[in-house]
Design a protein around this ligand. Structure first.
Ligand SMILES: [Ca+2]
Length: 581
């Protein structure tokens, strides 16, 4: 009898050891948090004891990148492991209530789907921003459940929102009132007086409108802790994606943190994020899963510097959000996993948010299916996470937005000096196009353009851009455009030539491989499909031409990939060809 009991006990231990093999994964993804916004990355202003503690107990990544310096494309890469252009097309930030709903196509494979395939419980707490229509929500992308805001905290209610029967309406709103307001509001816009009022959702319904944003950082931690407890109780490995909607503006803190730091609201917000990060870390310990949980703490892009006192810092990096300088793309990153990552260590090799998909697959034994729409561009970086200083980055080059590329210590960039998000509306004269080469090993601040000294290095990096799978602003080999140039933003409506309508010649700038096709649509109606020429490698002649008839007023011009081959759109150039001046 005694032997039998021993056997059973042994078997039980075996089963629980097996369950414990799969590490839990927590990603804490902050919004617009700058490289130097936390103590362990050099902030002098913000005190972040709990985040610093994570670095002391884990590994700091000094050269960790996101693929875009704005929210939506950056998040698409985290979810899919791909450069944003490959999964979103030529897209910037998503806004609700556009005529055509925007979102990450749910047929794309996400890290949540990957982990779910090997038995993980999955939960997204916080800001999603990959589509607010029902078909695009986290629950359609591999998350068992969602609690948070479907887009940025500075937006407004969505026309298509479903309100829960017991939704907590505040400030005199009701589902009826919102419906009435929308009935009077032109399609494609939002009702007056609703700016900065955003919904709090659970799964696919709004449960509070407008969300009391002073409570959100704490409530996201509350929900995260509840999820950790439930998963441990259910003896399941778990994936928690906690995406704080701040320090993106508008900033809010709870009364407990108001004025707490004496350093202004931004520092108070960081302090509240730090405190609640600590609460989540404590919950891992309290539930006995601290040892075998990988926690990744990082940001979706650099600080939104035009917001002044309400923005963070990327120092010593140059610029911030919206820019292809380092301050836009390089973000603070800490990884902590006591079972595998040596404490108090540093990695200064290039790693990116695209690496999560292949790395999680390797860590958990999950398979990335061969037939998904886009195989990841990222790499398995387990070696950089757990190995020694001899481990090297798998990246020979890394494409950044707006025609920039980093290869080793070199960084090449081209285009406007300032980003639209940094200096909006600045005329070309004040914001000239530049080509720059920096040696990041000697010049982390990108202050010394060495393109004259190293023309052959610049040319090597420039030529890499012609084969980039990244979208925005690739090199354009045509003559300078003759008409007005429009950057292609998905779902953007443009007023062409004063809105008079007429016949226009359109040049579509692109980079593509052999025989790709795209359709050009005006107001949702397909005008023509462009088949691009067959070339052996990436096309050097990157443009297609056609004639479009535009009606008077605002027209929505859309370029859509309709072939199997990838196309990277850059911009379209419109020139009037009729005599209707
Ligand atoms: Ca952001």
């Amino acid at each position: 009898m005694k032997r039998l009991i021993t056997c059973i006990a042994g078997l039980l231990m075996c089963v629980s050891a097996y369950a414990a093999e799969k590490p839990n994964i927590v990603i804490i993804f902050n919004d617009d948090m700058g490289y130097a916004d936390v103590g362990c990355f050099g902030s002098e202003k913000n005190k972040t004891p709990r985040i610093d503690q994570m670095a002391e107990e884990g590994r700091k990544f000094t050269d960790f990148y996101v693929t875009s310096s704005v929210c939506t494309p950056s998040r698409a890469s985290l979810m899919t492991g791909c450069y944003p252009a490959r999964v979103l097309g030529p897209s910037g930030v998503f806004f609700p209530n556009k005529i055509r709903e925007s979102g990450l196509d749910p047929r794309h494979f996400t890290i949540a789907e990957l982990l779910k395939s090997v038995g993980y419980k999955t939960f997204h707490a916080g800001k999603w921003h990959l589509g607010d229509a029902k078909k695009f929500l986290p629950t359609k992308q591999g998350f068992d459940s969602f609690y948070g805001i479907p887009y940025s905290n500075g937006m407004y209610p969505s026309r298509s929102m479903t309100y829960a029967d017991d939704c907590n309406f505040r400030q005199g709103f009701s589902a009826q009132k919102l419906n009435d307001l929308y009935a009077k509001t032109p399609k494609g816009t939002h009702p007056k007086g609703t700016k900065l009022k955003v919904p709090l959702m659970r799964d696919e319904e709004c449960i509070e409108f407008p969300l009391d944003q002073t409570t959100i950082t704490r409530r996201l931690a509350d929900e995260s802790i509840r999820f950790i407890e439930e998963s441990v109780k259910a003896k399941k490995p778990f994936f928690l994606y906690l995406a704080n909607p701040m320090p993106h503006v508008p900033l809010y803190v709870s009364p407990e943190f108001e004025g707490k730091t004496g350093n202004g609201l931004y520092s108070d917000v960081i302090a509240e994020i730090d405190f609640n990060t600590g609460r989540v870390m404590d919950a891992l310990k309290a539930n006995g899963v601290d040892e075998n949980t990988l926690v990744i703490f990082t940001s979706d892009n650099g600080p939104w510097l035009i917001k002044g006192e309400h923005s963070g810092s990327a120092k010593p990096l140059r610029a911030g959000k919206g820019s292809s300088y380092e301050g836009g793309h390089r973000v603070p990153c800490i990884m902590r996993w006591p079972a595998k990552i040596p404490a108090g260590t540093l990695c200064s090799e290039i790693a990116t948010a695209m690496d999560m998909m292949p790395t999680f697959a390797a860590m958990t034994g999950a398979k990335i299916p061969a037939d998904i729409r886009c195989q990841p561009d990222g790499y398995n970086i387990e070696n950089l996470m757990t190995g020694g200083a001899e481990e090297k980055s798998p990246y020979e080059q890394l494409y950044l937005s707006n025609g920039a590329v980093r290869a080793g210590k070199w960084k090449y960039r081209q285009g406007p000096l300032y980003a639209r998000w940094l200096a909006p509306g600045s005329a070309p004269k004040e914001n000239p196009g530049v080509t720059q080469l920096f040696n990041l090993a000697e010049d982390i601040a990108e202050s010394n353009n060495v393109i004259e000294q190293y023309p052959e290095v610049a040319e090597r990096l420039r030529s890499l851009l012609t084969v980039t799978p990244n979208v925005s602003m690739v090199l354009f080999d045509l003559e300078p455009p003759h008409g007005a140039r429009y950057q292609i933003n998905k779902d953007e409506e443009i007023d062409v030539d004063g809105g008079k309508g007429g016949e226009f010649e359109v040049v579509v700038a692109f980079a593509t491989k052999t025989g790709a096709r795209c359709a050009v649509l005006v107001n949702g109606v397909e005008q023509e499909a462009l088949a691009f020429p067959n070339v052996k490698s990436w096309s050097k002649k990157k443009a297609g031409k056609l004639t479009l008839i535009l009606k008077p007023g605002t027209n929505k011009i859309e370029i859509r990939n309709v072939g199997k081959r990838g196309i990277n759109f850059s911009y379209l150039d419109l020139k009037r060809v009729d005599n209707n001046n």
